[in-house]
Design a protein around this ligand. Structure first.
Ligand code: ATP
Length: 329
């Protein structure tokens, strides 16, 4: 059986120089390289996560997969169909939920889904449309005009549109960005069910806890390169240990006073500082070092390591990723 998604040595360079791009400082003579020799193989039935910070290249990769953009080099196929040479077959095998809310304001929800079915040559698709509407909590909105829907409801319709032709591969580009808990739960229940029924899912997200819960395997992208590709379990095992979260009082984190202590820091968000621990027994020792360095600790939490730790570790351990991080700081 062919791979659900196969990406082979894909690079993407955006042309140098629209005038606005020059103004924001992104242009160079050679253009901007958003993807750099990316290779991935997603097996049929997998729930695969594509993670990475802003600008990592996730949307560029998905656009190439969906035939909306061309790779500068390399090959991409969906269910064995080349996305350029066999565009129709590849596109039919794919349902894409885009990141941006794009919709036609003139139709009701049901009309929009019927039209979308028509693009794939599907008539009499109402039974499946009704099932999708129900599973996404949209039944009561079926006859509502698209422009009268809230943002969250519009996002549900985007998901529904991607599913009308029952694609074997479903791609979700940050589907839960800015949506409420209710939609998240509804969406993940439905998507997990489709995955259990054999659909392959490719998910990009910034929410690492979502990826940790749902994905079998994960690729981490940074600066257009794959910096890690492994099972979720193996990525978690790579970090081990636990995390100490300190809530710092006046004066904040005593940076630069003790390099060993600074080395443990994985994340700083205002007064909340997360540190890596090899063993929980180290808590006392670390607290003593913080106090000796002049830090005032107001609260502590000890948490098991999670995907966020794995992500931060990998970003720091990878020399290219570390250089990109440093540049961004
Ligand atoms: N049309 C374009 N022209 C020039 N540069 C672009 C274009 N589209 C994207 N880029 C640049 O390519 C890089 C990768 O962008 P991309 O949108 O693929 O990243 P992303 O991982 O999806 O980010 P985010 O999480 O913010 O959505 C970014 O630096 C972006 O500014």
């Amino acid at each position: 059986m062919p791979s659900a998604v196969r990406i082979e040595h894909v690079s993407k360079t955006y042309p140098a120089a629209t005038s606005w791009w020059k103004r924001v400082g992104g242009a160079s003579k050679e253009g901007f390289r958003a993807l750099n020799d990316v290779s991935l193989d997603v097996a049929p039935g997998e729930f695969f996560g594509l993670l990475g910070p802003n600008g990592a290249g996730k949307t560029s990769l998905i656009s190439i997969l969906a035939g909306l953009a061309r790779a500068s080099s390399g090959k991409v196929s969906v269910c064995g169909y080349d996305v350029v040479d066999q565009f129709r077959e590849a596109r039919r095998s794919l349902g894409v939920v885009p990141q941006e809310l794009v919709f036609d304001p003139f139709f009701t929800v049901r009309e929009a889904l019927r039209i979308q079915s028509g693009y794939f040559g599907l008539r009499n698709n109402d039974a499946w449309i009704d099932e999708i509407l129900e599973n996404l909590g949209l039944t009561s909105k079926a006859d509502t005009n698209m422009r009268a829907l809230s943002g969250g409801m519009k996002r549900r319709v985007l998901v529904a549109q991607a599913l009308v032709h029952r694609p074997p591969v479903i791609v979700l580009d940050e589907p839960t960005a800015g949506v409420d808990v209710d939609l998240r739960r509804t969406l993940w229940q439905f998507i997990s069910r489709l995955n259990r029924e054999g659909h392959t899912i490719l998910l990009t997200t910034h929410y690492l806890e979502e990826a940790e819960e749902l994905c079998h395997r994960i690729a981490m992208l940074k600066g257009g390169r794959v910096v890690a590709l492994d099972t979720t379990r193996a990525l978690l095992a790579r970090v081990g240990g636990s995390r100490l979260v300190l809530h710092m009082g006046a004066g904040g984190w005593p940076a630069g006073r003790n390099p060993l202590l600074d080395d443990r820091v994985v994340d700083v968000q205002g007064p909340r500082v997360a540190l890596r621990l090899e063993a929980s027994l180290e808590v006392e020792e670390v607290l003593a070092q913080v106090r000796a360095a002049g830090g005032v600790v107001e609260g502590i939490e000890v948490l098991p390591a999670d995907l966020e730790d794995a992500f931060l570790n990998i970003m720091h351990d990878d020399p290219v990723a570390a250089a990109v991080l440093k540049e961004a700081a």
